[in-house]
Write a protein that binds this ligand. Structure first.
Ligand code: ATP
Length: 255
């Protein structure tokens, strides 16, 4: 079946918040099986782009398609049911509900036909800690464990593509390493990932390709290797300037 290919294709995406043009004429794609990084400073438009894909913010222009489906005309719950999962920024867990309840909600929101027990086994294999903390309120988990739960909750819906909004935000370096190890496992299992990150080095180590957003526009794109070697990315993010910094000084060289 042709519809089996579930490439995400975004063309000319434009989003406004009143007078603010948050995303302008953004085009990118994530092919099935790829890991694609969406990079950029605070306020560059990364979360807005993910929100538009999920139907959470409505664009004023452009096209968003997944396989044969036109996401721009679909409600968020239908987009999730289609197989597009989101791990939102700052996780958005139900902190008073248990780990088990959070996972069940993820399963209910996602694609149906999945056997809950089998799906739980799959996520417990990836996240043994969640099995140990199954009956604990999500709010009692550590920051790293909560991030794992947020990813696990999205995986419970058996997404065909998973969108992650800054999963490493606020986590200790050791936990970040663990998180990226886990994303590498998902990648090796063939899960398609669109990864928004400020941890540019780690994101590009994992990704096949990447795009850099600045002030709502894509200013650079290429393979992860090309971006890691690009003077703009090195200068703004990976240079000796004491860690990640905004891409404000970047030359506007569109890929
Ligand atoms: P961050 O990492 O800080 O979330 P981002 O790259 O995800 O940054 P967005 O959150 O998409 O950027 O924001 C893009 C622009 O849109 C910014 O100028 C931001 O201030 C503005 N913006 C975002 N959400 C809203 C909103 N609900 N109302 C008005 N303006 C908004």
């Amino acid at each position: 079946m042709n519809g089996d290919r579930f490439d995400l294709v975004v063309r000319g995406l434009t989003v406004r918040y009143g007078p603010i043009l948050a995303v302008r004429d953004v085009s990118f794609e994530v092919r099935a099986g790829e890991v694609v990084a969406l990079l950029g400073a605070n306020g560059a438009g990364k979360s807005t782009t993910l929100g538009a894909v999920m139907g959470l913010v409505r664009p004023v222009g452009g096209a968003i398609r997944c396989g044969p489906h036109d996401l721009r005309t679909m409600a968020t719950e239908d987009i999730v049911r289609l197989g597009v999962g989101l791990v939102p920024e700052r996780r958005r867990l139900f902190t008073r509900l248990t780990v088990a309840e959070n996972l069940r909600l993820g399963a209910r929101a996602g694609r149906d036909g999945s056997d809950l027990a089998a799906q739980l086994d799959t996520v417990f294999e990836l996240f043994p800690v969640l099995q140990r903390r199954y009956r604990s309120p999500a709010g009692t988990l550590s920051g790293g464990e909560q991030q794992m739960l947020a990813i696990a909750r999205a995986l419970m819906g058996r997404p065909r593509i998973l969108l992650l909004d800054e999963p490493s935000l606020g986590l200790a370096p050791r936990v970040v390493e663990e998180l990226f190890g886990l994303l590498a496992t998902l990648r090796s299992q063939g899960v398609t990932l669109l990864l928004v990150e400020q941890n540019v080095g780690a994101a590009l180590e994992l990704a096949d390709r990447g795009y850099v957003l600045r002030s709502g526009e894509i200013v650079l794109s290429g393979s992860a290797g090309e971006l890691l070697g690009s003077p703009e990315v090195v200068g703004a993010y990976l240079g000796g300037g004491g860690g990640p910094g905004p891409l404000e000084g970047m030359a506007g060289s569109t890929g």
